[in-house]
Design a binder for this molecule. Sequence first.
Ligand code: DGT
Ligand code: CA
Ligand code: CA
Ligand code: ZN
Length: 571
Amino acid sequence: MENIEIARTLDEVADLLEIRGANPFRVRAYRTAARTVGALERPVPDLLASDPGALEALPGIGADLAGKITDLAKTGRLPLLGQLTRKTPESLVAMLRLPGVGPKRARLIYEKLGVRTLAGLERAARAGTLSTLPGIGPTIEQTILKGLQQDQARGGRFPLAEAEAYVHPLVEALRAAPGVRQVEIAGSMRRRSETVGDVDILVAVSRGSEAADRFVHFADVEEVMAEGPTRCAVRLRSGLQVDLRLVPQASYGAALHYFTGSKAHNIAIRRRGVRRKLKVNEYGVFRGSRRIGGRSEAEVFRAVGLPYIPPELREDRGEIEAAERGALPRLVELTDIRGDLQMHTVYSDGRQALPDMVRACAERGYEYIAITDHTQAVRVAGGMGRAGFRKQAREIERVQKAHATPVILKSAEVDILEDGALDLDEETMAELDLVVVSVHSKFNLTKAQMTRRIVTALKHPRVHVLGHPTGRLLGRREPYPVDMAEIVKVARDYGVLLEVNAQPERLDLSDLHIAMAREAGVKLVISTDAHRTDELRWMAYGVDQARRGWCTASDIANTRDLAGFRALLRK
Ligand code: DGT
Ligand code: CA
Ligand code: CA
Ligand code: ZN
């Protein structure tokens, strides 16, 4: 189990304990432990291998918690969590997902109003009885109501990275099952969609394989929805649904193509097949009743006269026509990335010290990075003013002496104020190598106001990059209304780079906006916005979306060497 999952599990325990009104010290102990484990640089199992007492030596972790975390790391299970979940009404747990509802409030709502379901909560909010509770005013009531609507709108879809974390152990278990020859994730996850409805796993099996049995009996499975020799479906405890298809090796490529989708892409391919008197389906490529292909995906494409099309492009957004013309883009890859241009440190709301971030970036082989701590207006994030950036500049110079690479660019994520002014003085900005600007407040402007606000900022001559351009948080916060076509046009005219923020909950710009910017000739940067060293790995998720936006390396500014990157910055 990864540290981040251990931390999430401990946090969940803390939530449930709090809902149940447990001793506040006990609740706090779990929260502290979650933060401590989450901030560890080394995976817990590694740590334990070199020193079995390592956990207990950490601040705030006693013998009891150390034991639980050790078990959790080893088995991926924490019996206490199961017990607590069983004893707590499901809807109370669901309420925690809503903005404005923490464990204390969920408990209050349950006890005082007897609300046990999300539907009941919605009724109470609409009737205004929610706001009669102490500490809940009409504003919070409205926030909760809005959150309920968004929860429905999300429609049970999971952010890609979250779904990957849930399904990873299951895929590993399948790989280890006897009689399994190949395992691959298909569906929207293979196409790297920003969210997935369910996960589709494909396995090539030999006779008598135990794959299906392993699958339905996997520890994380909460409910088996279908079980048969060629298809099984389950729901995991996380709520994520997983489909398993079992196929013989001879059909593997055809099945992989079919179950990768998208549906629209499949239909277009099948139509091409029909024109060539071929039948293309999940079992293979057939002429009459004779199978002429289907062992590999490449065979399927070849049969319909096309080169291989990468999964990220299979959305029927012109990929088949481009393949036909030999005009498929050579998509950017993770290994093309030479630097990360948004990250935070303890100077603002990051969790780790500047040298730690630099060292981790050096380990990733980056040639350059930008340290982009927040400015003053973002008070909750401990934003800095002139003095803070001066002090940081001196530390950057010191740290740079110890590292030939990466080159550390002095930077800031400068807040765009409501009127489009920038939250940092001219002189300080002039001392920075890179100025990233973004919106962190007042999301409720009209589209015209928000567009004007951002355009004003982009026209400021010191601005190089617009960070997370729409401010969305997947499943949690809608993008603020903004005229993206106008932003793209101004970015092009003023030579501003647009960010693809790779935080799995942001993925902002989205794939379609990325394509829009690329078509307009605007260069993009892919940045992680990491607040801890382990978040630097999010780069891959940004690259995925850039690929879905048909980007080549040359569309992405941070694939250039430092001189090449600098040459792209406006003068
Ligand atoms: P999701 O799960 O909503 O994130 O999206 P997908 O694309 O994973 O969709 P899913 O799980 O319903 O089905 C997986 C793939 O199976 C889909 O991408 C294409 C293929 N497929 C499913 N139903 C059909 C269909 O009716 N016709 C065709 N041609 N393909 C289908
Ligand atoms: Ca799916
Ligand atoms: Ca499915
Ligand atoms: Zn930001």
